[in-house]
Design a protein around this ligand. Structure first.
Ligand code: KG4
Ligand code: ZN
Length: 344
């Protein structure tokens, strides 16, 4: 069978990435240029600066990716780009490069959903079986998604307010840790103890939804009150208490979902899937429940174009193409009707 080489572009937030992926599996190159150093000074991603940085780096990243893959543009079968969800100015950079390449090279264009990318990051080194459930945890998303079949998603639960990564980043600021705070809180937590009692919202509800704004505010209030009283916060203990509480909630809801739906696999994906305690606890949970668990390697957890190429290959197989003249980026984008959304 002929190899299908997909050139994938990801610019939805603060990583500029281009990958070449063969048959949705073989990553020939995956160049990621992160803007962390730039945004660190501001304590978070500044959208206007993010868009400018994408414009500055995209051609270099594209050139390096092609060089590393040892392929030429003629060997590429399709161009695939993250259409959304994400920061609109950032998405537009990737979308315009994708549209231009597709039009000039006369190759089909695929508009990928960013979360479908995170989910299919599991397909690179493993094979997703259907039906399965994915816990998507990132800076912008916290969702439990039922995957009925290839590219057939149903959101069964979602955060009602903050995403878990967002809560991590805000808590990190309270603890004077640099952006992105998630990995720093994770590290600090490993030398602390669970001594602060923090709220667990929505754990008794019958649904699979989450809420993390309450725990975030509780941490902010705790730090604020102790400053006023001139008391010292034990930072590593607060980090540990926050991390343990968040992981308790994520595990509990995941467990409920696995028990309710009869699925073959459980997938843990997104930037926060890099969290050491979450990985450990969900691996233990899967063992107890006797369900196969897939967690991508670290470099495929945070934003990267290889995962977009892995998902894009399935769009290609299902002939879900888009029009290079009319495609637009979308800051919000529905994941539930991918198979119906042809030629947007
Ligand atoms: O998926 P991602 O790279 O970007 C989005 O699509 O949002 O996720 C980034 C998020 C950030 O909030 C970052 O702090 C968080 O993932 N994160 C972590 C860890 N590594 C990254 N949160 C907790 N523990 C980690 N080890
Ligand atoms: Zn992401």
């Amino acid at each position: 069978m002929k190899n299908i080489n997909i050139l994938a572009i990801e610019t939805s937030c603060d990583e500029t990435s281009v990958a070449i992926v063969q048959n949705g599996k073989k990553v020939l190159s995956n160049i990621v240029s992160t803007q962390i150093e730039t945004h660190k000074k501001f304590g978070g991603v500044v959208p206007e600066i993010a868009s400018r940085k994408h414009i500055e780096s995209i051609m270099q990243v594209l050139t390096e990716s092609l060089e590393q893959s040892k392929l030429s543009l003629n060997d590429i079968n399709a161009i695939c780009v993250t259409q959304g969800p994400g920061l609109i100015g950032s998405l537009l950079v990737g979308v315009n490069v994708g549209k231009t390449l597709s039009y000039l090279l006369n190759k089909p264009l695929i508009a990928t959903h960013h979360i479908a990318g995170h989910i299919y990051s599991c397909n690179i080194d493993n094979e997703i079986k259907y039906p399965s459930i994915a816990l998507v945890v990132s800076g912008g998303h916290t969702e439990l998604i039922y995957i009925q079949d290839e590219l057939d998603f149903k959101i069964i639960g979602a955060t009602q307010d903050d995403a878990v990564g967002e809560a991590y980043d805000k808590v990190a600021r309270q603890l004077d840790l640099e952006y992105p705070g998630g990995p720093k809180v994770d590290e600090l937590s490993n030398i602390g103890e669970n001594t602060y009692i923090l709220p667990k919202a929505m754990i008794n509800s019958d649904d699979f939804n989450f809420s993390f704004s309450g725990i975030k505010s509780a941490v902010i209030n705790l730090v604020h009150n102790s400053k006023q009283k001139k008391e010292e916060i034990v930072k590593e203990n607060l980090a540990n208490s926050f991390q343990t509480t968040v992981v308790d909630i994520l595990e509990l809801k995941s467990r409920k979902a696995i028990e309710k739906f009869n699925v073959k696999q459980f997938l843990l994906v997104g930037g926060v899937a890099g969290n050491s305690l979450l990985r450990k606890r969900l691996l233990e949970m899967a063992k107890q429940l006797n369900i196969e668990i897939l967690i991508p390697k670290m470099s495929y957890c945070s934003d990267n174009a290889a995962m977009i190429g892995a998902a894009g290959y399935l769009y290609y197989k299902n002939k879900i193409f888009t029009n290079p003249l009319t495609l637009n980026a979308k800051s919000t984008l529905n994941i539930e009707n991918i198979k119906k959304a042809t030629m947007l």
